[in-house]
Design a protein around this ligand. Structure first.
Ligand code: UDP
Length: 240
């Protein structure tokens, strides 16, 4: 029964970091399969799932800019191409377990994937297909977090769910600081003023302006069920 769930359409942000798992390679197939299985579970409930993939496991523009004369825009285009690789890997994994999937890229790569067309993306979702948005926003100087917030607003998804390696948002890096505290409930303002690195400022501002709640967890299902939002207290996907 679709009516019993809090969210009908969700935007899952899969960071490159999450795809890498604890592997030495860029992508851990165990991770893509785990994501695919969770997505399958969620779509079977009748919840529409759109995904924005990151690319940091392969290439992050900001950390390469400046090296050997690489300007930021060129570096960022390489970063965006990295997200396309992740998207195709994720698509292939999902289709291998029978989830109908479309990849849409923010710039044209028509032999590889569909171009991003908002209304077509929405139609795919309505038909029960998972839509993977690749190449971020298509613009250098942005991130895939911002792409997630943007696409979420565009397709009227109700929440941004961020799948990362950490089990929530901490007030410090839990890997480096054992005393870092898990923050259960946050306002957009707290995220920006405390410089919490859950999402960058542009992305958070976009979420705030459009009143998009979000959560960050290591698993998609966990994120769906968690009660943490950027701004509002407690929310559940009832029935899961
Ligand atoms: N990128 C970009 N514009 C966008 C999205 C991404 O230029 O709209 C580039 C940027 O270089 C970024 C890279 O793509 O470092 C990979 O994306 P991101 O770092 O957001 O991936 P994640 O951190 O989620 O793995």
């Amino acid at each position: 029964n679709e009516q019993s769930y809090r969210w009908q359409r969700v935007l899952l942000k899969v960071s490159g970091e999450a795809l890498a798992g604890d592997q030495m390679q860029n992508i851990d197939p165990k991770v893509t399969m785990a994501i695919a299985r969770e997505v399958a579970t969620v779509t079977r409930l009748g919840i529409e799932v759109a995904i924005v993939v990151g690319g940091g496991n392969i290439f992050r523009g900001s950390s390469w800019a400046g090296c050997s004369g690489l300007d930021r825009s060129s570096a960022d285009y390489i970063g965006m191409l990295a997200t396309v690789m992740n998207a195709i890997f994720l698509q292939a994994t999902m289709e291998s377990i029978g989830i109908p999937t479309r990849v849409q890229t923010a710039f044209r790569m028509s032999e590889v994937a569909e171009p991003y067309i908002r209304r077509r993306a929405v139609r795919h979702l309505e038909k029960g297909r998972v839509v993977i948005f690749a190449a971020g926003t298509g613009n250098p100087f942005f991130t895939t977090d911002t792409a997630a917030a943007l696409r979420c607003a565009e397709i009227n998804a109700q929440v941004v769910l961020k799948a990362t390696n950490v089990d929530g948002v901490y007030d410090d890096d839990p890997k480096r600081n054992p005393n870092a505290r898990l923050l259960e409930d946050l306002t957009y303002h707290e995220v920006t003023s405390k410089d919490l690195s859950v999402m960058d400022m542009t992305a958070i501002t976009l979420c705030q302006e459009n009143n998009i709640p979000g959560t960050s967890k290591p698993s998609f299902l966990h994120a769906l069920c968690s009660c943490w939002r950027w701004s509002l207290k407690r929310d559940f996907l009832t029935g899961l």
